[in-house]
Design a binder for this molecule. Structure first.
Ligand code: GTP
Ligand code: MG
Length: 257
């Protein structure tokens, strides 16, 4: 197959089923809203059941249409999750950088996906709410400097300084990153609020899905680029149908399942 990657020429289009999982209020729906509508809501209501949205992105030689299942993080909906991750080719497991328990929950989701989802599933671990963290934290920024670490009161001083600059970070980059490396996960820190790294996560996922896993979509891509060609079954609020359990059962028969 020869790909000449010319910008406007018709490109092969593939659909990718992607599921978002994570504790309540970590920002799953906000990440989707940012990706699909380039929007953010300060007081976003909790998802009930799940929301379904789609968004296309352009890669150099193909168009990927993400079919996104944004699940509800509240515990009472946890039993529905397998319906949404079944046959998913990609998962975004989200935690809140200001809430360590949400990383623990994220690890549980990763373990469950590794046990029960499709063997080739591409998983991205995403620490959200980066805007609440003072450091840019794009590499090992959270790693203590060896020359300073001998002093026992360094941590206290750092905490005091962090409080002053409004740093609410509670999960160091290095901790989540090394876990992600151990488990072969993609890893990003994002802000749905500011849009930081959001499209990068989806682009990295699209690039990480092996070509043989890609199902042909309908016709050639018409998307104009990342964050374009919105087909949003959930409406502008990004919140889809309430209680999608029945619909999800139907989907099992005719979607990626
Ligand atoms: P459930 O649907 O209950 O599972 O929650 P969720 O994970 O979908 O979280 P949601 O997107 O509803 O966001 C929860 C709250 O966090 C909302 O008030 C958002 O405005 C806020 N929020 C989401 N992302 C960010 C972010 O990147 N930065 C900040 N500061 N707030 C965010
Ligand atoms: Mg939600």
């Amino acid at each position: 197959m020869s790909n000449n990657a010319s910008g406007n020429a018709a490109k092969p289009s593939s659909s990718v089923k992607l599921v978002l999982l994570g504790e309540a209020a970590v920002g799953k729906s906000s990440l989707v809203l940012r990706f699909v509508n380039n929007d953010f809501q300060e007081n976003k209501e909790p998802t009930i059941g799940a929301a379904f949205l789609t968004q296309k992105i352009q890669l150099p030689n193909r168009v990927i249409k993400f079919e996104i299942w944004d699940t509800a993080g509240q515990e009472r909906f946890a039993s529905l999750a397998p319906m949404y991750y079944r046959n998913a080719q990609a998962a975004l497991v989200v935690y809140d950088l200001t809430k360590p328990t949400s990383l623990i929950k994220a690890k549980h989701w990763v373990a469950e996906l590794q046990r029960q989802a499709s063997p080739g599933i591409v998983i991205a671990l995403v620490g959200n709410k980066l805007d609440l963290c003072a450091e840019p934290s794009d590499s090992e920024a959270a790693t203590p400097t060896p020359s300073e670490s001998a002093e026992s009161d360094t941590a206290d001083a750092e905490d005091a300084e962090a409080a002053e600059v409004g740093d609410a970070r509670k999960v160091p980059t290095r901790e989540a990153k090394s876990y992600a490396e151990e488990e072969s996960l993609l890893f990003f820190e994002t802000s749905a609020k500011l849009g930081t790294n959001v499209s990068d996560v989806f682009t990295a996922i699209a690039n990480a899905i092996p070509e043989k896993e890609l199902k042909p979509g309908k016709g050639a891509g018409t998307g104009r680029g990342t964050d374009s060609a919105i087909s949003n079954a959930a409406g502008s609020a990004g919140q889809a149908t309430v209680n999608l359990a029945d619909r999800a059962k139907q989907q099992k028969d005719n979607c990626a399942c």
